[in-house]
Each structure stands twice: as C-alpha cells, then as structure tokens.
Write a protein that binds this ligand. Structure first.
Ligand code: PPS
Length: 295
C-alpha cells in the first residue's frame, strides 16, 4: 500500500516504443505539436546526466551572473520541462504557454520523440551525457524518491532493466547515440558530465562560446563557484527541495545525492560489472562515443 498522501506508482506506458512515465505519456500528443521559437535554447539529457547542473550554468549566463535573479524561482520554473506532467502540478506545456519566449527548455526525450518544430526552427541545443554506470546508480536512487516512477525493485533488478532500456525514457544507449548522431546536422553542443566535473571553467567557456557570448573570466569564475555541487546542493532554488513531497521525497534519498564520477564502484559487484561491460560493448558497438567512468 502507498503511504498516505503519496502518489501512485503507475506502470510505464510505451510511446512509439519508448517507455515513459504514465502522466508524461498522457500528454505526448500535445507535446508533439509544441511550437518552438527559433530563439529557444533546448537543454537535452537522458535523466540523471547533469540537467540541473547545466541548466543553472546557462541560466546564470543568460542572467549575466545575477544571483538574485536566478534565486527568484526554482530551477524547474526557470527552465520549463517540456514533457513534464503530474496530477495537480502545472505541466511543462502549460508553463511554456505562460513563459516569455524565447526561453530555456529542458527535455529528456530521445531524438525521435522531440517535437519537429525544434528541428524546423533550427533551435540551438545543448546535450549533456554521463557515463552509464553512474547514471544507473543515480537513476536507481531517483526512482526511490520520485514516486511517479515504477518501483525500481532491488539494485540487481534495476540494473537489468537499465540494460534492457525498460525504464522511463527508454534506453540510455539509444539516447546518447541518437543525440550524438544528430550533433553534426544541428546547432548542438554535446557535453559530458565527466568533463564538467574535471574542469568546470573550461566547459563553461565552451558554453559561452556556443552561445556567442564574450568569455568574461570573472563571470566564468563566479558561475563555476555558484554551480559547484556544494553550492547547488544547498541552494533551495536548485536542489528541488521546493517540489511537493508527494512528487519527490528527499527523506528517502536527496535529489542532490553525491554529484561525483565513479560512485558506481560502490554498487556494482564484480559479476555485475563484467556482465554490464560485455553488454555495453555490444550495445555501443560502431559508435564513436567514448565515456569515462572515472576521472
Ligand atoms: S534529472 O532529474 O534527470 O533532471 O536529474 P539531473 O539534474 O540530470 O541529474 C542529477 C544528478 O546530477 C548531480 N548534480 C551535480 N553533480 C555535480 N555538480 C553539480 N553542481 C550537480 N548538480 C546536480 C546530482 O547530484 C545527481 O547525481 P547523483 O549521482 O545522483 O548525485
């Protein structure tokens, strides 16, 4: 039985072969018709790959380092989540109808489900990818605290589902490859969580360049400081603590959990690691994408 006041954990629904959270799937027809503005900037990621982190970086760039302006609203209101929908909470589409445009837009959709108008309007896009092993761990804990997801089961069970792509937003492997293959035909910056961790200043400069903004070293320094894991995990406008408990229960596991690369080593058994690596090789065969699982 679900605890009182908590939402149901409905089973995933397939949208053109991609498993999705039921409430998200329910609005996908409307999402497909969404009209992008040519000036909208799309922030695209597979879940748990650094969406919130890059969103905060970009919002600070857009607001020229004005901390007060960035702390006026939580990150999910400053960067509407296109396909987001849960009962009794403003959906991403409703938010976007009210938002001044152009604006920043977050999505976790795989390339094939992105509304056509983003391609037609030639919108700029920033994609952030993260290594599969850390994503699997992060997503496992997120399933426990964000109850719109199905119950993840044990870690062992969840890892099997992850490899099979039988989780919300489908296969990590297809997602990262799909967006990687699109990067050359679109105005897209493809970033890696591990690079952001290794040298945030270098990656912030890349973003500034992509957005055709001057490289102001003072601004770079300020943003690197404000978007460190330590700062963001204590910032109520960035750490998702303002979201209703029935949607995310931080007492089960905080949204800002560890924020490091290589955390998977604490969870994968040797046997799981071997099985995962063999399967990974098969699923990523032929791709030029390369991920670091430690830095
Ligand atoms: S979501 O729900 O898909 O939008 O989540 P997302 O923001 O993509 O990913 C959450 C993970 O990113 C970590 N995170 C950070 N790491 C380093 N530095 C900063 N500033 C930062 N902000 C968020 C967050 O802790 C989640 O990773 P895990 O491994 O679970 O800690």
């Amino acid at each position: 039985m679900k605890p009182e006041g908590q939402m149901e954990r409905p089973p995933l629904i397939s949208v053109k072969g991609v498993p999705m959270i039921k409430y998200f799937a329910d609005i996908m027809e409307e999402v497909g018709k969404f009209q992008a503005h040519p000036g909208d900037l799309l922030i695209s990621t597979y879940p748990k790959c650094g969406t919130t982190w890059i969103s905060e970086v970009i919002d600070l760039i857009y607001k020229e380092g004005n901390v007060e302006a960035c702390r006026e609203k939580p990150i999910y209101m400053r960067v509407p989540f296109l396909e987001f929908s849960v009962p009794d909470v403003l959906s991403g589409i409703e938010q976007l109808k009210k938002a001044p445009r152009p604006c920043l837009i977050k999505t976790h959709l795989p390339v094939q489900l992105l509304p056509k108008s983003f391609w037609e309007k030639n919108c700029k896009m920033i994609y952030v990818a993260r290594n599969a092993k850390d994503v699997a761990v992060s997503y496992y804990f997120f399933h426990q605290m964000a109850v719109v997801h199905p119950d993840p089961g044990t870690w062992e069970e969840f890892l099997e589902k992850f490899m099979a792509g039988d989780i919300s937003f489908g296969s990590w492997y297809d997602h990262v490859k799909g967006w990687w293959d699109k990067r050359k035909e679109q105005r897209m910056l493809y970033l890696f969580y591990e690079d952001l961790k290794e040298d945030p200043r270098r990656e912030i400069r890349k973003v500034l360049e992509f957005l055709e903004r001057p490289i102001d070293e003072q601004l770079v320094e300020k943003i690197a400081h404000l978007t460190s894991f330590k700062e963001m995990s204590q910032n109520p406008m960035a750490n998702y603590t303002s979201i209703p408990k029935k949607v995310m229960d931080h007492s089960i596991s905080p949204f800002m959990r560890k924020g490091i690369t290589g955390v998977w080593k604490n969870y994968f058994t040797m046997a799981q690691n071997e099985r995962f690596d063999a399967d990974y090789k098969r699923q990523m065969e032929g791709s030029t994408l390369y991920f670091r699982t430690e830095i």
